[in-house]
Ligand binder design. Structure first.
Ligand code: ACK
Length: 317
């Protein structure tokens, strides 16, 4: 694997091995929209040597997207070509010729983790605790309907799967930069896949990536050094991972409820951290606290986090 090449036409030519005939894609409904992208459900005929039709998701740009957003989608394409891990979204092909860029990725039947959590209830000690269907400022439902009933073990397994996907990304020296429950997908069988690589940047040589300015900034998921100095490393991904753990145990609540984003940095530097949520196992809160150490070097590696969760899960069987 070589460092990511600058965006040139030659970068496009190598893409032929991923090329999939556009006419063999049958677009269905939109699954969702981001700031500049659209994700469509689709069927692909004869993809990856398979006979018949395969359910896939297609990532594409909106009509109003800018050249820089187009470049982000190309960069996501280039990164996804090199990633193969069961807990990271898999690229299946692309349409790069005679039309807009389409990235064909595996379809995750249960959508994004944030919505999935928000539609779920927590089963505790053998009964469904309807009131652990958290009331959050933007999700003020007391009892969720038609969702999953999850156990603490499910939540620990989710935490473990995300840690394994992140361990892999950090091993290949990729910094995600936008790790959050909204950017993790839930496939059948409660399998999680880390997604949304649009902002991911290669850190092959440099230890940190200084971001260029972009639109919406996910302040409440960001490490203090990212907020203050736009420094993004695997260690800032570890901070965000701690926030994802908090999202897991609150079934998708919004972090730092009631705190305006502009006050967050000074609170964090002053030592403020979110409390242990109700129903959060002590060991899981201990991991969160380690992820939120002010000095990035004091935060654990994803490898260590995955090992801790593996051990907790084994103890719970
Ligand atoms: O919760 P959702 O329906 O699941 O809302 C988001 C939306 O698109 C914007 O990201 C859905 N989505 C994105 N990628 C996929 C995929 N590969 N499979 C299924 N749903 C997806 C996501």
């Amino acid at each position: 694997r070589t460092p990511k090449q600058p965006f040139t036409s030659s970068t496009r030519q190598e893409d032929l091995k991923w090329e999939f005939p556009r006419e063999n894609l049958y677009l269905e409904e939109a699954l969702g929209e981001g700031e500049f992208g659209v994700v469509m459900k689709a069927k692909a005929k004869g993809l990856a040597g398979q006979e018949g039709y395969m359910q896939v998701a297609i990532k594409m740009l909106k009509h109003c997207s800018t050249p820089s957003e187009e470049q982000d989608l190309w960069s996501e394409f280039n990164l996804l070509k090199d990633v193969t891990h069961p807990n990271v979204i898999r690229l299946l092909g692309a349409c790069t010729k005679e039309g807009p860029l389409y990235l064909i990725v595996e379809y995750c039947a249960n959508g994004c983790l944030l919505n999935y959590l928000r539609n779920s209830c927590l089963e505790e000690k053998g009964y469904v605790n309807q009131h652990v269907c958290y009331k959050t400022p933007n999700n003020n439902k007391e009892i969720r309907q038609n969702g999953e009933t999850l156990t603490i073990r499910d939540l620990l397994s989710f935490a473990w799967q995300i840690a394994k996907g992140m361990r892999y990304l950090s091993d290949i020296k990729l910094v995600h930069r936008d790790l959050a429950a909204r950017n993790v997908l839930v496939a059948a069988g409660k399998h999680l896949k880390i997604s949304d690589f649009g902002l991911t940047r290669d850190i092959y040589e440099a230890d940190a990536y200084l971001k260029k300015s972009r639109g919406r900034i996910p302040v409440k998921w960001m490490a203090p050094e990212s907020l203050y100095a736009q420094i993004y490393t695997t260690k800032s991904d570890v901070w965000s991972y701690g926030i994802v753990l908090w999202e897991l145990v609150t079934l998708g609540a919004s972090p730092y409820p009631g705190i305006p984003p502009e006050r967050l940095y000074s609170l964090l530097v002053g030592g403020y951290r979110m409390d242990r949520p109700e129903h959060c196992p002590e060991e899981m809160y201990a991991v969160m606290q380690k992820c939120w150490k002010i000095d990035p070097q004091d935060r654990p590696k994803f490898r260590a986090i995955a090992d801790i969760l593996d051990r907790i899960l084994q103890e719970k069987t």
